[in-house]
Design a protein around this ligand. Sequence first.
Ligand code: ADP
Ligand code: ASP
Ligand code: MG
Length: 406
Amino acid sequence: MGLIVKEFGGTAVGDLDRIRNVANRIVKTYTAGNNVVVILSAMAGITDGLIDMAHKITPSPDKREMDVLLATGEQTSAALLSITLMSMGYPASSLLGHQAGVMTNCAFGDARIVDVGASRIKEYINNRRIVIVAGFQGCDEEGNITTLGRGGSDTSAVAIAAAIDADSCEIYTDVDGIYTADPNICEKARKMNKVSFDEMLEMASLGAKVLQIRSVELAKKYNVPIHVRSSFNEEEGTMVMDVDSDMESPVVSGVTHNKNEARITIKTVPDQPGIASKIFSAIAEAGILVDMIIQSSPTDNLNDLSFTVPKKDFKEAMKIGKRVGSEIGAKDVLGEDSVAKVSVTGVGMKSHHGVAAKMFTALANENINISMISTSEIRISCVIEEKYAELAVRALHSAFGLDKEE
Ligand code: ADP
Ligand code: ASP
Ligand code: MG
């Protein structure tokens, strides 16, 4: 008898028919003699709808109350699935995050899991009940409801799988597995059978939202292999696991894009110690994560400084940029939120030269202008105009020989 964790994304539980399909899938595993712990997302579109509703009341709703609001999405789907299973004659119980023992810090909207008690989960499975846990949520030490950031049910699933020492952790989504690029924009993308934790970490951090990055961090830390597969068919998906990327691995193994960043440029700031520190300390104090940073080389003791921030924090970062900009005597502060970041990743890059040149040439051939570049050992990213993101992904995918054969 196995202990199986299954997580279903929003599309999989998008309506009552789909919830019934999910129930049938669970029953199949359960009646084969396994214990099943299910982690659910909110029904597709519900989280977005709740966010929109709150923003109709005020542009900056209280963060604690937002988490109380957003957690209702997963509460609804968990209860509906449990009701469905019970109506089919199977013993099921739903648990909210705090009832399942998911303890987090108090960073509302982006909380980190600090511990998973799981005693009630264990008690239920010992009694052969199917346990359904509301994903994406937990509670802090004061008992406040918290949420784990967009896509957070992936992280709930991996954390719970680690806590109960599950035999497998399956994440069911609307695609068949992990592809060399988002299959919804690159039809020549290829499904991969296996991806290493490190490669998946890189892809998730660069915008492949198929897995929340923190779920991959936890999976690597606790060595929990994740099987990413489709909720619509029975095909094997992709194993995300501790695989050695061998010498034969392709130079570039994936192309990712991210439309969730915005660029801010602080024009003509004095070229002297302490300037970057002032700007980025103020941004950090506001809890805003900066991704790329570029500083031009000084002309007449003046520099331009550009950086990117998440689009959701763009307005606040602009306010801070303008305030600090005027304190340090910058000439102007410019913002652009219709940008995208496209990246190529691959551990094989470490031992190859010419990857950057090939990337820039592929973009140039499509007449796409690059406004920022950053590199690491296993990644190159370029910021471009948002409207060219899809074209850029397809061009890079072809240029690096990743297209599947016709
Ligand atoms: P769910 O609602 O099931 O959690 P998500 O929308 O969070 O689903 O994630 C699945 C989506 O991730 C896919 O529909 C696909 O558009 C996107 N995606 C981005 N990059 C990739 C990739 N490299 N491989 C597979 N899917 C990807
Ligand atoms: N419902 C949440 C979201 O839409 C969490 C999730 O789907 O994983 O981001
Ligand atoms: Mg998701």
